[in-house]
Design a protein. Structure first.
Length: 317
């Protein structure tokens, strides 16, 4: 979520004026950071009273700087919905079946999630592996495929998977420790725009199910990879994923300064305003408030100060 300013792209060079006071700039930054990071703003979590208080602060500062509403008459907000989808705590809710050469294995205790869909289903998705010595996945190399990947490889391959675009990622675990570690990371989820349905389905397998998958795939795992480093297992995946779904109604806050020259272009200055609310520390900690001075009260303060200095000499072209 962001607070933003739209201004003209160019400005007439004014007569020289005294340089701004660095002490005054520092004091202004400190004031705004202290305000936004105070306990009164409750960690600025989207969809809460902390957001409402932050919105009031930003709009008040926009008005004091002489900005106009950026989304239309009297409208400072660009509203949208965020959604987060995470595995349900009862892993029996996700159903998965793997089939090879007429033999099927039903997986039990699977944790599943899909960032883009509330009720995702997978049908006849080919399962594949990656050659161990293949360092870089190519863009689009895993489209409409389910990649079987050991949990230990997940962090190393993370960024590559984004560009390879697998339809599903089946994460195997060697022991209970690696399973619990992956489950903690897996269960966090992330917020995304509700309108964004592009995502990979994730299935985390217990060590027991991981062993059954390896047995079913058998010698196909040792096949020669294709030119993209992908090994076909001739094995198909079917799954229905059950997950928790949360939604938040939130907004960006937008102000604008009209330029004097029509068609001169625009400069966009922005900073995200949101933080983690009361979700810091351990669940049993007495104080879990995340004040967010660096992330990102400081960014909002810098944006406001930059706008103030830019407008000090009057309207821009």
């Amino acid at each position: 979520m962001a607070a933003a300013l739209l201004a003209s792209a160019c400005a007439t060079v004014p007569d020289a004026r005294p340089a701004p006071s660095l002490d005054a700039i520092e004091a202004g930054l400190a004031r705004d950071i202290a305000t936004l990071a105070s306990d009164d703003f409750a960690g600025r979590y989207p969809g809460t009273l902390g957001e409402a208080k932050t919105a009031g602060f930003i709009v008040q500062r926009f008005e004091a700087l002489g900005l106009q509403p950026g989304m239309g008459e009297d409208d400072w907000t660009q509203e949208f919905t965020l959604v987060r989808r995470t595995p349900i705590t009862d892993p029996s809710g996700t159903e998965a079946r793997v089939t090879r050469a007429g033999r099927s294995v039903t997986l039990e205790g699977v944790l599943g999630a899909h960032g883009g869909l509330d009720e995702p289903r997978l049908a006849d998705v080919p399962m594949v592996g990656i050659a161990p010595d293949f360092d870089e996945l190519k863009r689009g190399s895993l489209v409409n495929r389910a990649l079987v990947l050991p949990a230990a490889e997940w962090p190393r391959r993370g960024r590559q998977l984004e560009q390879a675009e697998p339809r599903a990622l089946v994460i195997t675990t060697a022991d209970r420790e690696s399973y619990e570690s992956a489950a903690r990371l897996f269960s966090q989820g992330r917020w995304r725009l509700e309108s964004d349905h592009r995502a990979t389905a994730y299935l985390l397998l217990t060590p027991e199910d991981s062993a059954r998958i390896v047995t079913l795939i058998g010698p196909n795992a040792d096949r020669h990879p294709d030119g993209l480093g992908v090994i076909s297992y001739d094995t198909m995946l079917d799954a229905t994923i059950a997950q928790e779904v949360e939604r938040i109604e939130t907004a960006n806050f937008v102000g604008r300064v009209p330029g004097r020259v029509e068609g001169a272009g625009a400069v966009l200055t922005l900073a995200h305003w949101d933080h983690l609310g009361e979700k810091c520390g351990r669940p049993d900690d007495e104080d879990r408030l995340c004040n967010g001075a660096v992330d990102n009260a400081s960014g909002i303060a810098m944006m406001l100060e930059a706008v103030r200095l830019a407008l000090a000499d009057g309207p821009l072209d």
